[in-house]
Ligand binder design. Structure first.
Ligand code: ZN
Length: 261
């Protein structure tokens, strides 16, 4: 584990010891890959332990169900969403059986042009789910969301191209699943007011960034924060992220203007 990861972990554990687990915690978790190397990947054993811990304390819903769960759920209930970005094949082969064992329904953000391909990415060569596997996830009750057609930085594209990425991927998935696709994840978490407007205009109801933090009733449903679960995270540090320590850490980071990822 790198020094900055170690320092972050110590700070989280300290804040958790100070504040406690809290109640009414609403959190969206971000995963990429299960069964590959850290930081983007996490071991199946660790993922299983995390899902066990989550199922004990949290009601886990799909992202599109989160607004209703937060607004209409009993006060003080802990609600979590499990999301996967990019559509890696190991989501289907490794993560799915673990999720099913715990009865957890997740939200998978796929890149429509990557489906069924092997691609060299910054995370190494990756195999991606194909359309049949995506359809099967959906039929099992998991949610499929869009992560654009080509995993592009939307803030750096001409508006017409960005619009095509946002709308074209939605249409592709809706044709595939024969159902509405309401959730979107900004590639690399990048968005701007105009990109947010494109996402709203395309008809998405919920969209997620990579900004750390918990969800509240006051959250903007089209720029929701997520807790990125890195492969190096210990189980106590994972537990700390499912608590108000996450917001306390975010506040500390803003106050100190430390650029820790
Ligand atoms: Zn991504």
């Amino acid at each position: 584990m790198q020094l900055k990861d170690r320092l972050r972990e110590i700070l989280y554990l300290f804040l958790y010891a100070l504040i406690g687990p809290g109640e009414g915690v609403q959190v969206i978790l971000l995963y990429h890959s299960v069964g590959t190397a850290a930081p983007y990947g996490i071991s199946p054993e660790v993922f299983e332990a995390q899902m066990g811990l989550l199922a004990e304390r949290f009601t886990v819903v799909r992202l599109s169900d989160l607004p209703l769960a937060v607004q209409a759920g009993p006060p003080g209930s802990n609600i979590a969403v499990v999301t996967f970005d990019d559509g890696c094949l190991d989501n289907y082969e490794v993560a799915l059986p673990i999720l099913e064992r715990f009865g957890i329904k997740a939200t998978f953000f796929v890149v429509t042009d990557f489906l069924g391909k092997r691609i060299r990415t910054v995370k190494g060569e990756r195999a991606f789910m194909d359309v049949d596997q995506v359809r099967e996830l959906f039929q099992l009750g998991h949610e499929i969301g869009s992560h654009t057609a080509h995993h592009v930085k939307l803030t750096q594209l001409p508006p017409a191209v960005a619009q095509q990425e946002v709308e074209g991927s939605k249409k592709f998935l809706e044709d595939l699943l024969q159902a509405p696709v309401c959730s979107f994840a900004y590639p690399k978490g990048l968005y701007s007011p105009s990109v947010r407007r494109l996402v709203a205009g395309a008809g998405y109801k919920v969209a997620v960034t990579t900004e750390p933090g918990l969800v509240s009733r006051r959250s903007d449903w089209l720029t929701l924060p997520r807790v990125w679960v890195r492969g190096s995270l210990s189980l106590p540090a994972f537990r700390a992220r499912l608590s108000p320590a996450t917001n306390a850490y975010g506040l500390w980071r803003r106050l100190t203007e430390k650029r820790m990822p």
